[in-house]
Ligand binder design. Structure first.
Ligand SMILES: Cc1cc2nc3c(=O)[nH]c(=O)nc-3n(C[C@H](O)[C@H](O)[C@H](O)COP(=O)(O)OP(=O)(O)OC[C@H]3O[C@@H](n4cnc5c(N)ncnc54)[C@H](O)[C@@H]3O)c2cc1C
Length: 466
């Protein structure tokens, strides 16, 4: 967003509550974290990277890349670090912004690029504070804790839990993973890239060919999530076969999911998680945790597990979006009030009643079937078009209630038959009927944002131009 605003010659400020860029990739530094889409799909379209070390890059490499983009593009000078926005109020046709330091600003347009997996979520287990050893959330890894001679506990079977357990197990640590429900895990190869491949990418024609191949991969590979059929059955057979390397039938039973493939975001394993948990130093405990005690965990069946370090791989409050920031739209309506009954948006980017407020990857953005940088690029192009129109009309823009309802109804009608409905609890689901994600293919995401009709939006005069 910053790069696009810079290119458009628009005056802007980025507020970042941390002291560095990188978001997810700055905060999540746990062992075993690799990107789950192809590294080449995790590039900003305006800055190719020819030098990814592996097919799926380690998290540190993504962070280095994001920092390089900010530096190369001269973006850091627009960023006010250590500046958390705590309130934003639309009044008199403009946004009044206040930060935790008490600084205030006025802006015509307010963009929330606050991330959808950002606020750590802790389980509601009694006794959490009583644990006597080091304990931390996966997104706040404590690198001062030595790995050796410790009994590690990892709570959670999502992507972070799987990658951490696998990494600790192969590192020879005594690790116990506590799971309530088994996950489908993608056991994949993650080869290093060769110098020949890196060199080839630098040739314009080869690069364009590779870009076309990636585009086809994105569009062809994911039909199985959207509709039943042979592709879905073949995928499920393949994933079941990954479990065949588990020798102990009891362990295999524990790790066999009881819901349809793809319903949750699929953890990716680069060093065979199923082999890792069969090492003598690795253990799986399945069931509810009754309470946390100073030296370990007590399970609901009364079993106790002694631990020295406890890791909460328990995910994020995925439905917080820009909150706890207090955002107030027209007529004093707050975001909490607007989303009290259900979380909604128009296209994941805007909300009725909140003029000139845009979200990047807000509710119903494609969190599961489109690489995030690509989805962002499409959202940003659309937002820039709306900003340009609003400026030209000296107005503030917001989607109409009717257009938003129509958008949500279209989504609602698309969920039946997709992998996301029925059978599992995941971070896309909420207290509302449908999961909060984009239930169409990537091609439709592009088409949607390329043809957003102006009639879906209301332009209210602000009386000011630039
Ligand atoms: C462990 C993990 C692994 C992931 N792996 C993948 C993957 O493999 N592939 C994939 O496509 N996606 C992955 N994701 C999703 C990932 O979050 C997105 O791909 C991407 O990083 C989102 O970028 P973002 O800039 O929108 O949000 P974020 O990276 O979350 O950045 C948001 C930024 O906003 C700042 N901020 C938030 N609130 C405020 C405020 N009030 N004031 C000031 N600053 C604020 C934060 O400090 C942060 O720097 C993963 C997420 C996690 C947590």
């Amino acid at each position: 967003m910053a790069e696009t605003l810079k290119r458009a010659g628009i005056d802007f400020t980025v507020y970042e509550k941390a002291d560095e860029v990188g978001g997810t990739w700055r905060d999540n530094t746990f062992p075993g974290l690799f990107v789950d889409v192809l590294s080449r799909q995790y590039e900003f379209p305006f800055q190719p990277n020819y030098d990814w070390s592996r097919k799926y890059a380690p998290a540190t490499e993504i962070w280095v890349y994001v920092k390089k983009v900010a530096r190369d593009r001269g973006l850091t000078k627009f960023i006010r670090f250590n500046e958390e926005v705590v309130t934003a109020r639309f009044s008199g046709g403009r946004w009044h912004i206040e930060t935790a330091k008490g600084n205030t600003d006025i802006a015509d347009v307010f963009v929330c690029a606050t991330g959808f997996l950002h606020r750590p979520l802790f389980p509601d287990i009694p006794g959490r504070e009583s644990f006597s050893g080091p304990s931390f959330h996966s997104s706040r890894w404590d690198h001062s804790v030595p790995y050796d001679d410790k009994r590690w506990g990892v709570i959670g079977s999502g992507a972070s839990g799987v990658q951490i357990t696998e990494a600790l197990a192969w590192a020879g640590c005594d690790v116990t993973q506590f799971i309530r429900r088994a996950q489908w895990v993608h056991i994949r190869d993650n080869p290093y890239s060769t110098w020949r491949e890196r060199l080839k990418l630098r040739l314009p024609l080869a690069y364009q060919r590779e870009q076309r191949r990636l585009w086809q991969l994105i569009n062809a590979g994911d039909r199985w999530r959207l509709e039943p059929g042979a592709q879905r059955e073949a995928m499920e057979r393949e994933y079941r076969s990954f479990l065949d390397c588990i020798k102990d039938p009891e362990l295999k039973r524990k790790l066999t999911p009881d819901y349809n493939l793809g319903c949750t975001r699929i953890p990716k394993s680069d060093r065979n998680y199923y082999e890792a948990v069969q090492l003598p130093n690795a253990h799986i405990v399945k069931g509810e945790i009754a309470r946390i005690v100073p030296d370990g965990l007590v399970m609901a069946d009364g079993a106790t597990v002694a631990l020295d370090v406890l890791v909460y791989a328990t995910g994020f409050d995925a439905h917080a979006y820009m909150r706890p920031m207090a955002v107030t739209g027209v007529d004093g309506t707050t975001i909490d009030e607007a989303w009290k009954e259900k979380i909604y948006s128009y296209g994941g980017i805007a909300l009725p009643g909140f003029p000139n407020l845009f979200m990047l990857y807000g509710p119903f953005a494609p969190v599961n079937n489109v690489p995030v940088p690509l989805g962002l690029d499409q959202e940003i192009a659309c937002i820039m078009g709306l900003i340009a129109e609003a400026r030209a009309r000296r107005a503030a823009v917001a989607p109409s209630v009717a257009a938003t309802e129509k958008f949500l109804a279209r989504l609602g009608a698309a969920f039946p038959g997709t992998v996301w409905v029925g059978g599992c609890k995941n971070w896309y689901t909420s207290r509302q009927p449908n999961p909060v994600l984009w239930p169409f293919p990537q091609s439709e995401h592009k088409a949607f944002f390329e043809a957003v009709p102006s009639e879906d939006f209301q332009f209210t005069s602000t009386g000011s131009g630039d």
